[in-house]
Design a binder for this molecule. Structure first.
Ligand SMILES: [Zn+2]
Ligand SMILES: [Zn+2]
Length: 222
């Protein structure tokens, strides 16, 4: 049972029908959950998936993500076979061990999904006028996903490219200006000249988390 694309790519209209947060961050969160459910569930004993997870392993973030999954035995079995493979290689070809580090099965699939989603957004935008309106109604785009859409638009070219770039920039600015003014406001709260000591941070209390999410494609506003 190979990991079908449909598991980790999401129909574009569904992605944009929810208005909250960055649509591509939402896609990544959905895909991350689906991939984990798949590899710890129905695909747990699938030799081709196991071969890939043995070879690539998982990054620190995704190991803790998997560790919070209800299916602990599946994770234990995957880790068991990866450790066995690492130990076999340590005996047979110790110099080749480095190749087994620095990868992540889930990150790799998410990268593929992000590219496909970005291409599909650009294509749908150029082919479907109704979608342009839906696109412009999104709450905003985080920085890495704005960049991903621009590079997909560059690759696709075509007549709608300029219009797409303009619409994507508008979405990016919807978020980036607010992020800047919130982080300005947050920093100003620490300036004694503003007499803010003891004041409530109010809306600004999440300014640091929001700026970090915006800069690292980790938007959790959904
Ligand atoms: Zn995003
Ligand atoms: Zn990862």
């Amino acid at each position: 049972m190979p990991l079908r694309e449909s598991i980790y790519t999401i129909p574009i209209n569904d992605l944009f029908s929810e208005k909250c947060g960055c649509p591509l961050c939402r896609a990544a969160a959905i895909a991350e959950k689906r991939i984990s459910d798949f590899i710890l569930g129905p695909a747990m004993m699938e030799p081709d998936i196991r071969m890939e997870t043995n070879r690539l392993g998982f990054c620190k973030e995704h190991l803790s993500f998997l560790a919070n999954h209800k299916n602990r035995l599946s994770l234990a079995l995957m880790l068991q076979s990866r450790i066995k493979e690492i130990n076999e290689e340590a005996n047979a070809k110790p110099k080749a061990l480095n190749a087994k580090l620095g990868h992540c099965f889930i990150c790799e699939k998410l990268e593929i999904a992000e590219k496909k989603n970005a291409e599909s957004i650009v294509r749908t935008f150029s082919e479907n006028r109704d979608f342009r309106e839906l696109f412009s109604e999104a709450e905003g785009l985080c920085f890495p996903h704005y960049a991903a859409l621009l590079s997909a638009a560059d690759k696709a070219g075509g007549k709608a490219k300029k219009e797409f770039q303009k619409a994507a920039l508008t979405l990016f600015k919807k978020k980036s200006d607010k992020i800047e003014s919130d982080i300005d406001g947050f920093c100003a709260m620490f300036d004694y000249r503003n007499n803010t000591e003891g004041n409530d941070f109010g809306e600004l209390k999440n300014a640091v988390e929001n700026a970090s999410s915006f800069l690292s494609a980790d938007c959790k506003e959904f």
